[in-house]
Write a protein that binds this ligand. Structure first.
Ligand code: JB2
Length: 211
């Protein structure tokens, strides 16, 4: 299905390249800023208008292409829920990523170059599996969560919705990380993390609430 990117910044540029590598046609970009980086002659992507009031053309799906999780949630919340589900594009996977045939990716998930999603893992709608992230067997990742570049979830890890696992962070096998959490870059999570908690360090410790 041809897709429209929602958001036209740095993250969208990477999503655009994943789509092109995967052979998914990109119709254009929707962003409040007409001069957003992706809507340039170099990328050859049309600017279709601002987010507010944008109506998806028939036969197209959308990919959330904003990196910030709070902004993504705001955009989703402003959509008609039925429309948001009905028009979300299927998952888009870079050809250099490895996704097990038994893994399940929700609509709108983007799997970037070199990532691995192993046996029986599940990633919820609009998840970001960023460059070289690894999701081991039997993991569950909730909707609209972001596994940043180089992050690793051990086998059977559970990650809630709207959670960021930062650059090169790791979560040990079987650990549960709640909804709306932030795992700082390079942290190693060795025990369960309550909802809306920010953890940093090795071993990771809570340092307050995630905004
Ligand atoms: O609340 C919002 C909103 N916040 C940002 N509502 C709407 N409708 N649009 C929003 N945006 C749009 O997302 C901005 O207009 C802008 O075009 C785009 C954000 O672009 P930026 O390049 O600032 O960030 P990004 O989200 O594309 O990338 C970030 O996240 C990635 C995961 C960067 O930190 C990247 O380095 C990172 N890899």
């Amino acid at each position: 299905m041809p897709v429209i990117l929602i958001g036209g910044g740095g993250h969208a540029g990477v999503v655009l390249e994943v789509c092109r590598a995967a052979g998914v046609p990109v119709v254009g970009v929707v962003d409040d800023d007409r001069a957003c980086p992706v809507a340039t002659a170099a990328d050859g992507v049309a600017w279709l208008g601002p987010v507010d009031g944008f109506v998806m053309p028939p036969g197209t799906g959308f990919l959330l292409a904003i990196g910030d999780l709070a902004a993504r949630a705001r955009v989703l919340a402003a959509m008609d829920p039925a429309l948001a589900v009905g028009l979300a594009a299927g998952a888009v996977v870079h050809p250099s990523a490895t996704v097990s045939g038994t893994a399940r990716l929700g609509d709108g998930v983007v799997v970037m170059a070199g990532a691995v999603v192993n046996r029986h893992a599940k990633v919820g709608m609009h998840g970001i599996v960023n460059t070289r992230a690894v999701i081991e067997h039997d993991c569950r990742v909730g909707a609209n969560s972001h596994l940043a570049p180089g992050s690793v979830l051990g086998g059977g890890v559970w990650v809630g919705e709207g959670t960021l696992v930062g650059l090169q962070a790791g979560v040990l096998p079987g650990v549960r990380v709640g909804d709306g959490c932030v795992v700082g870059a390079g942290a190693v999570v060795v025990g369960d993390v309550a909802d809306h908690t920010r953890v940093v360090g090795v071993p990771a410790r809570a340092v307050g609430a995630a905004c």
